[in-house]
Each structure stands twice: as structure tokens, then as C-alpha cells.
Ligand binder design. Structure first.
Ligand code: NAP
Length: 325
């Protein structure tokens, strides 16, 4: 059996990602060992690989924060899953590997309707949308919502989820093809931010009111427009920085409309077991009943993780990207 992982010795370009041979780990107390079927690719993998986020170890770092597969060993004290169960999880790093040991509290059993490929695509991205629309802002029917990078992995799931909640969703995306894709996935309006001015279009669409809530994961290139697109007393959820960090923010900027701002992180939600179980059940239910269509639009062999990174950074992907083991 080939057992290997894709790791980087230190922050750098995608050429830092190398294959390393690994032994199948043992399951320590409170852990399970998973033989991966599929692994998710996420923008956080880029932030970590490039050093934009802190490098957490002083040895080879196995990248990847989302995966699914079959449990092959169970450590002492683990009772909610057993050998042979199909499970999914999201947890920072360690996923680009044929096998891994993981804290059992982070894994959830997959219902039959959720394939390993789908789980590897949605454990991180779908649970992110769960907290974005249920926790960071409780989206209500009738809310007007701005969501940047609407054709991306998180973006396509968000559009469909927002539609199911009865919100009016305005997406942004780069180029006509991505805009058409977003429009087919729940967004009532899509702004091509390569060719249109976002604030002008948002004000046209909302009759100069602005949106109730804006979700911004692009950062540097979009955040000034986000601030100007939200209505008085509205909310901004800043949850990423795919174009780089926005450096010009001042607290006084919120004074323009008595605005609310939050900067959430999935792992502050997913490390609560009750939250993880409830949000996973909701997510799997929405996928199972067809409310959320999961678009796995790119797949690469695990050994080609670097190529997957290149595609994501070059804005060549839409929807979800997974690695096949
Ligand atoms: N805080 C959290 O808990 C959390 C959790 C999950 C994801 N996120 C964030 O959510 C965002 C989406 O994640 P994802 O994995 O689903 O990625 P993604 O949206 O599939 O890919 C990123 C997209 O961002 C857009 N983009 C704008 N400027 C870019 C630039 N300079 N370089 C690259 N892309 C740029 C591109 O779409 P266009 O071509 O349409 O502009 C690109 O396709 C990321 O910022 C990620 O960090 C945060």
C-alpha cells in the first residue's frame, strides 16, 4: 500500500509542495485514523502555504484542512464512530495525505446521500456558509445580501443557501462566465467586478438603500466598496482576503452608517461539538434534499496538489476543487 502525503518544508511558492512518504499512523487516545477517499482544496491552504498565516510547525507541514474517507482504526475512549464508518471533517492542516490520525471530536459520520467526494468538497466550505448565514448574521427572508466571489467554492454554496432562506442575494464575480454560473446558483443579481462598479450597481439594485449584510472574503480589492454598500445599521462579515489584506481600515469607517463588523473563523465554530453536529446535519440535509447542488468543477490527483493551488490562485476555478486519493 502506498502511503504518502503532500507537504512543504517552509512557506513559499507552490513548488514547495513535495511528496513525502509516511507510515500509516496509529490512533492515539481520542483519535481515529482515516484512509482518505478525497481531500478538499481551500483558499486557506494558500494562505498557509505562502506564509500569510503563521507556519504552525518546525518540520514538514502536511497541508489541507478538509477531507473524507473511511475509519481504519479507533483510539481509546472513542465511541461515536467505529472502524468502517465513512466520515468527513474540517481541521487546519494534515489533510493532503493518504492516511491521517485526527481528533475524533472533529469527525462526523456521513449519511448515505453524502459521497466522500461531496463531503471533501463541503465540510469546510459548506460549514463556513452555515455559520455565515446562521451565526455571523442571522439571514432572514427579505434581507438583501452582498456576497463577493460568488462563483467560488464558498460562493456557489452561499448563493443557493441564501435563496433557500428567502434573501435577495447580490453576487460579484470576475467575468461573464463566472457571473452566469453565480446567477444559476441562487444569486438574484450578479455584478461583474472586473467591468462594473460594485457600489454603483448595489445602489441601483437596492434603490439607494444599500444591503443589510455584506460578506467579503476578497479583502484588499473589495473592502472599500463593501463599506460603502451596506445600509445604515447594517453588517459586514469580513471572512477572507483572497486579494490580500485590506490595510486602510479605521474604526471611524463604521461611523458612516453605525455599521457592525465581524471577522469570523470557521474553526471557532467547528471546534464546538454541538455546533459541528447541528451544522453538519443541516448542511447534509440541504444537500440531500437538493437545495444545495455541490459543484465539484476541478479534481486533481493528490500528488498534483501544487497544480490545484496554481489554479485557485490564478482565479481559474469555479465551485469546489478536490484531490483524489
Ligand atoms: N474565515 C473563514 O472561516 C473562511 C472559511 C472558508 C473560506 N474562507 C475564505 O472564503 C474565500 C473563498 O474561499 P474558497 O476556498 O471558496 O475560494 P474560491 O472562492 O473558490 O476562490 C477564490 C476566488 O476569489 C476571487 N478573487 C478575487 N481576487 C482574487 C485574487 N487576487 N486572487 C485569487 N482569487 C481572487 C476569485 O474569484 P473571481 O475571479 O470571481 O474574482 C477566486 O476564484 C477565501 O477568501 C477564503 O479564505 C474563509
Amino acid at each position: 500500500m502506498m502511503t504518502y502525503a503532500m507537504a512543504a518544508a517552509r512557506p513559499g511558492g507552490s513548488d514547495m509542495i513535495r511528496r513525502i512518504e509516511i507510515d500509516v499512523p496509529a490512533a492515539g487516545a481520542g483519535e481515529v485514523v482515516i484512509a482518505h477517499d478525497a481531500i478538499g482544496i481551500n483558499f486557506i491552504d494558500i494562505y498557509i502555504r505562502t506564509g500569510a498565516y503563521p507556519w504552525p510547525v518546525d518540520k514538514d507541514l502536511i497541508l489541507g484542512s478538509e477531507g473524507a474517507g473511511i475509519i481504519t482504526a479507533v483510539g481509546e475512549g472513542v465511541s461515536h464512530v467505529a472502524v468502517g464508518d465513512r466520515v468527513g471533517y474540517t481541521l487546519p492542516n494534515g489533510a493532503y495525505a493518504t492516511h491521517r490520525a485526527i481528533n475524533a471530536d472533529m469527525v462526523v459520520k456521513l449519511p448515505d446521500a453524502i459521497t466522500s467526494d461531496v463531503a471533501a468538497a463541503i465540510m469546510l466550505k459548506g460549514l463556513t456558509v452555515a455559520y455565515l448565514v446562521q451565526d455571523s448574521h442571522v439571514v432572514q427572508a427579505g434581507d438583501t445580501v452582498l456576497f463577493h466571489a460568488a462563483a467560488g467554492g464558498v460562493g456557489l454554496l452561499a448563493g443557493q443557501w441564501l435563496k433557500s432562506l428567502g434573501a435577495t442575494a447580490i453576487g460579484t464575480a470576475g467575468g461573464p462566465d463566472k457571473c452566469a454560473l453565480a446567477a444559476a446558483h441562487g444569486y438574484d443579481h450578479v455584478i461583474d467586478y472586473k467591468s462594473e462598479d460594485v457600489v454603483t450597481r448595489v445602489m441601483e439594485i437596492t434603490g439607494n438603500a444599500g444591503v443589510d449584510v455584506a460578506y467579503d472574503s476578497v479583502g484588499k480589492d473589495t473592502f472599500a466598496g463593501t463599506l460603502a454598500s451596506v445600509k445604515r445599521h447594517g453588517r459586514i462579515v469580513a471572512f477572507g482576503q483572497s486579494s490580500g489584506p485590506y490595510a486602510d481600515f479605521k474604526i471611524a469607517d463604521l461611523g458612516a452608517g453605525s455599521l457592525h463588523l465581524t471577522r469570523p473563523t470557521l474553526f471557532h465554530f467547528a471546534t464546538s461539538r454541538p455546533w459541528l453536529e447541528a451544522a453538519s446535519e443541516t448542511l447534509f440535509g440541504l444537500v440531500g434534499d437538493g437545495t444545495l447542488k455541490v459543484n465539484i468543477n476541478q479534481r486533481f490527483p493528490l500528488e498534483e496538489a501544487a497544480a490545484a493551488h496554481e489554479a485557485l490562485v490564478a482565479r481559474q476555478t469555479t465551485g469546489c476543487t478536490i484531490l483524489d486519493v
